[in-house]
Design a protein around this ligand. Structure first.
Ligand code: ADQ
Length: 479
């Protein structure tokens, strides 16, 4: 079996006290352990320029090899904080009002992709299969191909892929999509993401899409598919009912004094629709006097990317909204919103989900949204909570048992909360069964295995003696 090489922007090494965290890491590690593979990427450290260029640090943990590199301050500012998070992230989430383009940052983005590719090359073996993750690394395969690497290379985009009208607001959009075509296989979260990519190929790149979905553009051939990322629902269910968490959950319940509980958990990000969500909760209070004092809303959202300006702004805005709404509806022994601006242990979060009545997950745009899936998996089947979910999360097309809302419709969200809070037990159970069936169908193992099966089936790139930098499609890929 070929070795699997995973490449992601950040590599978090498991330690003795802290095993691999998050379902995604666990899912990918499973595949790495089987193939004796390697995980390559940025260590998260900012180092001096000479150390950044000194080659990866290679470490072995539990049968997996980790190769990590540091980034210089300039690389971090231009590649990570700049083009990736101030241009690609907002634009791919349809927030062109928040996007900021800077040519130097784009040059830095391409430079760091080249630099990372150069650092990986000495570690590669001829039949390794390479799986690259996310928007920081759109041109990574292009950099490898330019250096003559012919291995199979696949890419999975964890965030949405925008419609061409939005994508073309990025000045070097053509350069980016051309670079993406250097991959053998592109994986997207949903059909609308894949369709957006194909639309760009046909309408902007003057390329074509064959009936089998293979795209041909810029003299390159790339396959594309939808691979719905999931979780391991049984693992989440086990975490949610851990006896260790019983005490804090009991304390929470005592604090609620019989009130119903609405729960939300996100990274603090403007794509997650937090302000609109707070307003919808406020509208629920306005709509119905009986809800005042009867329901509490817990929002957990630790800061991320806090050195990016727009993230500082969203934090200030939310603190203001939480204070304002609490000022309106609190009494001496009741505050409607508990806004916790810090991280929690993942297993504890799953127990809190189980203890709640409603999971309120309303991103303005989201690739998939694993929190929605974790909320469902954490529920007690005998007395499940109700998921209220944004129609703009990838998960909405699978979780038909959720109450689907438009996060721009504050009244609609408030009504959905009201409906969820008053839903009968048989209705909740029926919805939970529907959602759980979807979770099992699209679990994390299926996502990983389907993607890798398709990647291993891609034909090896043929060597073209006239131009080694341009990968040539094999005839079978066009069939
Ligand atoms: P994220 O934007 O980080 O991921 P999401 O999928 O909701 O969003 O969460 C990923 C993981 O982070 C989940 O396991 C969740 O429990 C955890 N998490 C989120 N908030 C947390 C918090 N406050 N404390 C602790 N853990 C928290 C990106 C894309 C998504 C896509 C995923 C996976 O933006 O659309 O679903 O990648 O592809």
């Amino acid at each position: 079996m070929s070795r699997l090489i995973i490449v992601s922007n950040r590599v978090a090494l498991p330690t003795d006290n802290k095993p691999a965290s998050g379902g995604l890491a666990v899912g990918l590690l499973g595949a790495l352990e089987q193939s004796g593979g390697l995980w390559f990427g940025w260590s998260g450290d900012i180092v001096s320029g000479s150390r950044a260029a000194s080659g990866p640090l290679v470490q072995h943990r539990n049968g997996v090899t980790y190769a990590t590199v540091g980034l210089s301050r300039r690389d971090y500012d231009q590649y990570y904080k700049g083009f990736s998070n101030a241009m690609l992230w907002p634009t791919f989430h349809y927030r062109i009002d928040l996007a900021r383009f800077d040519r130097k940052e784009y040059a830095g983005y391409r430079r760091v992709n080249n630099l990372l590719a150069q650092q990986l090359i000495p570690l590669l073996e001829p039949d390794d299969v390479i799986w690259v993750h996310d928007y920081h690394l759109l041109p990574f395969a292009d950099a490898l191909r330019a250096a003559g690497i012919r291995n199979r290379i696949g890419f999975f985009l964890h965030i949405p892929f925008p419609a061409p009208q939005v994508l073309t607001t990025i000045p070097p959009h053509e350069d980016l999509v051309k670079a993406m075509c250097a991959y053998d296989l592109l994986g997207f979260q949903t059909h609308s993401d894949l369709t957006a990519f194909r639309d760009y190929i046909e309408r902007e790149a003057g390329g074509s899409v064959a009936p089998d979905g293979t795209a041909k553009a810029y003299g390159q051939v790339v396959r594309g598919g939808v691979y719905r990322i999931g979780i391991f629902p049984d693992d989440v269910a086990a975490q949610a009912s851990r006896p260790e968490n019983r005490k804090p959950v009991l304390e929470l319940k005592q604090g609620l004094a019989g009130r119903k509980l609405i729960m939300s958990v996100d990274r603090l990000d403007y794509s997650k629709g937090l302000v609109e969500r707070f307003r919808a909760f406020e509208r629920l209070m306005e709509m119905s006097q009986s809800r005042q004092g009867d329901v509490s809303f817990v929002q957990i959202a630790p800061p991320t990317r806090s050195d990016v300006h727009t993230y500082q702004q969203i934090r200030e805005r939310l603190e203001y909204e939480a204070g304002r709404i609490n000022g309106r509806f609190s009494s001496l022994n009741y505050a409607p919103i508990h806004y916790l601006n810090r991280g929690f242990d993942h297993r504890m979060l799953m127990s809190l989900f189980r203890a709640s009545d409603v999971g309120f997950v309303t991103p303005l745009r989201d690739g998939m949204n694993l929190v929605a899936k974790e909320y469902v998996a954490a529920q007690d089947p005998a007395d499940p909570g109700v998921l209220v979910l944004s129609c703009f999360a990838g998960a909405a097309s699978e979780l038909s048992g959720a109450l689907i809302v438009n996060p721009h419709d504050i009244d609609g969200m408030a009504e959905a909360l009201d409906h969820a809070l008053s839903m009968s037990l048989p209705q909740r159970q029926a919805r939970q069964r529907e959602n759980l069936a979807a979770l099992h169908r699209y679990n994390l193992g299926a996502w990983r295995d389907d993607f890798l099966t398709d990647l291993y089936a891609c034909p090896i790139v043929a060597v073209d003696a006239t131009d080694s930098a341009v990968p040539q499609a094999s005839a079978s890929a066009l069939a």
